[in-house]
Design a protein around this ligand. Structure first.
Ligand SMILES: [Zn+2]
Length: 237
């Protein structure tokens, strides 16, 4: 299986609103072209651009794996009305009955009319090379997907573990993150949180090691400039 990080999540939370930039992964195996999570509304154009760069049409995406049903992970579902949507039954019940403000009723309505596979069993193999682990905490029905990419086993965590800070604290404290981590670590050596880059855990030092830089640049067209370009750059260290 090949798996590519199409859009990298970022853990910034400005005072006005969360950035809500979440990770989106593209996987290919046999007849399947799969997206894991679909991002927030502002991910729409970058997602379309990344698929176009790879000459992949929207119709070619035939499976969508959702880690959970918060708006910042599912809002572009209308682009893929013919795909099979996979997520947990517990999450579906939660999304249809809870007052959680991070659930967009519009997206849930859209999902209602799409083809769905609701996961009922922990550790289920969805297709060869894709396993679902139930990792509740952030939401009751959160799922981590483990992708078998040959030498690497990548766990796509969604917001079960949102970023490197949560991951680092989950290595020592006793929390839902920590319990999820204990379940995930025997299964995967690469961890992709919902709002960060790919991470590894150093086995000796037990420190979280980023596998790439994670930064965002704010460019103010025709307005503020510093040294001519890239006026504001935020980097996660
Ligand atoms: Zn999120």
């Amino acid at each position: 299986m090949t798996a590519e990080l199409l859009l990298m999540g970022f853990p910034g939370v400005p005072d006005r609103c969360g950035l809500s930039w979440s990770s989106i992964v593209l996987c290919s195996i046999d007849k399947y072209k799969i997206l894991v999570d679909l991002g927030a509304p502002m991910a729409r154009r970058p997602l379309l651009r990344e698929l176009a760069k790879r000459s992949i049409s929207l119709q070619e995406i035939n499976m969508i794996l959702l880690t959970h049903l918060h708006y910042d992970h599912i809002m572009n579902c209308d682009l893929f009305p013919d795909a099979l949507y996979v997520f947990s039954e517990t999450e579906w019940i939660y999304a249809n009955s809870s007052e959680d403000t991070a659930i967009s009723k519009w997206s849930i309505q859209a999902l209602n009319s799409f083809q769905k596979q609701l996961l009922k069993k922990d550790h289920e193999t969805i297709i060869p090379g894709v396993k679902a682990l139930f990792t509740p905490g952030h939401t009751p029905g959160s799922v981590t997907y483990v992708l078998d990419c040959g030498s690497d086993k990548m766990a796509i965590l969604g917001d079960a573990i949102k970023n490197r800070g949560e991951l680092q604290s989950g290595l020592t404290n006793n929390s839902a993150v920590s319990r999820n981590l204990q379940k995930i670590m025997p299964e995967a050596n690469v961890l992709l949180p919902g709002h960060d880059c790919r991470l590894r855990i150093n086995e000796l030092s037990r420190e979280v090691v980023p596998m790439e830089e994670n930064e965002v640049k704010f460019v103010f067209d025709g307005g503020m400039t510093v040294n001519g370009q890239n006026p504001v750059c935020l980097r996660v260290d």
